[in-house]
Design a protein around this ligand. Structure first.
Ligand SMILES: CC(C)(COP(=O)(O)OP(=O)(O)OC[C@H]1O[C@@H](n2cnc3c(N)ncnc32)[C@H](O)[C@@H]1OP(=O)(O)O)[C@@H](O)C(=O)NCCC(=O)NCCS
Length: 191
């Protein structure tokens, strides 16, 4: 296991955020269950059905997200609006390999809050965590080629498209090509 060096040269795109990423608690299971069943969130994501109990036990495993934690591969946060603590969606970080400092993010904003810049802010905070706290070198994201909201968001935050994964995920019974995107620590430092 390597112990990556903290790079203090990393900078945020936006110094002022309206949202934060907080650890999930027991009462968030019902929220995540509801979000996972929203039509707009299912349309482009391979969200298999998970029972409320399953989500509850998943939350117990991801309730404390101190980074880095080399004994864990999966982390999740609730995206919460700072002004009124309204939960807007959730974010995941799956470590592909700690040794090579590679992780993959997942993100969803509830439909009622789309198009208000919250996804953009949440992804910036996620990258700050991934590079500055988890000390990752490479952060990946995959999204359907038919999900412009997602890939334009990734590009706005600084991800670069690397290619197409043919007929990758099965979404509601149909396989979709997916773009592979990544942002490297070196890209992030340049911004
Ligand atoms: C993708 C998603 C997270 C975007 O979050 P959001 O909070 O609505 O996005 P923002 O308001 O922060 O928009 C940021 C940028 O994303 C892009 N974008 C967002 N919605 C868009 C849309 N409907 N069409 C095209 N581009 C869009 C734009 O580039 C936008 O920047 P701009 O406003 O300067 O043009 C949200 O639509 C979502 O949760 N969708 C359903 C779940 C999903 O697809 N998750 C990703 C799976 S890979």
């Amino acid at each position: 296991m390597i112990s990556p060096i903290i790079n203090s040269g990393l900078q945020d795109l936006s110094p002022v955020f309206r949202v934060r990423l907080r650890d999930p608690g027991p009462s968030d299971a019902a929220l995540i269950y509801r979000w996972r069943n929203e039509n707009a969130l299912q349309a482009h994501q391979p969200l298999v059905y998970l029972s409320l109990d399953h989500i509850q036990s998943d939350i117990e495993k991801t309730s404390s997200n101190n980074l880095p934690n080399y004994s864990r591969e999966r982390f999740q946060w609730i995206i919460e609006r700072l002004s009124d603590s309204e939960p807007l969606g959730w974010m995941t970080l799956s470590i592909r390999t700690w040794e090579h400092q590679i992780g993959e993010i997942g993100y969803s904003i509830s439909e009622a809050y789309h198009g208000q810049g919250y996804g953009f802010e949440a992804l910036q905070i996620m990258l700050q965590k991934a590079f500055c706290e988890a000390h990752l070198y490479r952060v990946e994201a995959k999204c359907s080629v038919e999900n412009p909201a997602s890939y334009k968001l990734l590009e706005k935050v600084g991800f670069k498209q690397e290619g197409v994964l043919r007929e990758y995920f099965n979404i509601r019974g149909k396989r979709f090509d997916h773009y592979m995107y990544s942002v490297l620590r070196s890209d992030y430092i340049k911004r």
